[in-house]
Write a protein that binds this ligand. Sequence first.
Ligand SMILES: Nc1ncnc2c1ncn2[C@@H]1O[C@H](COP(=O)(O)OP(=O)(O)O)[C@@H](O)[C@H]1O
Ligand SMILES: [Mg+2]
Length: 260
Amino acid sequence: MQQLIVKRRSLNKEINLQLQQNKELQARMAKLQTLANLGTISAIVAHEINNILMPLGNYAQVALNNPQDSQLTQKALQKTVHNSARAAEILESILAIVNGEAVEKRICRLKQLVEEVFSCIGRDFEKDKIKVRMEISDGLDILAVPVQLQQVLMNLILNAREAMMPAGGTLLINAKRQDSTVVIEVSDTGCGIEPRDMKKIFEPFFSTKTPQSPAGRIGAGLGLVFCKEIVNSHNGTIEVQSKPGTGTKFIITLPDGENP
Ligand SMILES: Nc1ncnc2c1ncn2[C@@H]1O[C@H](COP(=O)(O)OP(=O)(O)O)[C@@H](O)[C@H]1O
Ligand SMILES: [Mg+2]
């Protein structure tokens, strides 16, 4: 009997020790997770800022190359100022997401947001043989953090463009109010996504882009992660439909801005 009691005590002690160790390991895991998130986040920041910096450099170059054409220089400089302000805005918005701050959502005109994204990308899609169609009614309002929704659209548009290189195709952005939601679709007639990749595309660092791809660069595999993060923080959903060789459609559903 005495022996049993001693054994039980020692077992209890062992269990307590294990529990303590378990707690310490969990705390270490949480710290490591935070560090891993930081790594992903800094890569996302670099990725998003790069999207903005590239056209910014191009505009500045236009200004430098055409000092005698004051109208063109003026326009290029205006675009440069606009894009650098956006870069600052984007950094602020990403940092807010990282810090878990609630950023103010407001009612915004969707069509205007999309037009601004194209102006920010600063690339003539016709040069890539891409026809852009927009089917968004003038008065369609949504409830969103404007700069964040623009990041989502920019990532989807840039992916669509790359998927249609080098042959070109059609990029369609359409949006409509449906029941108590707004549905925004970004469709392309590009290379499509292999069924085996469909589950992976929203995972961090998953990319099929290599220097040999038509886009000519390695993908960071972060654009869609960021899109999903932002759409979720708007209480929305993002889904994808795709057929290899035919095209891809991303569907974003957001709560209606008119009746939030
Ligand atoms: N419109 C699209 N058409 C075909 N494939 C796409 C499209 N959008 C995304 N993908 C696939 O999803 C992957 C992940 O996209 P993303 O997170 O933006 O990273 P990245 O563009 O850096 O590769 C891409 O590498 C590509 O395989
Ligand atoms: Mg991308």
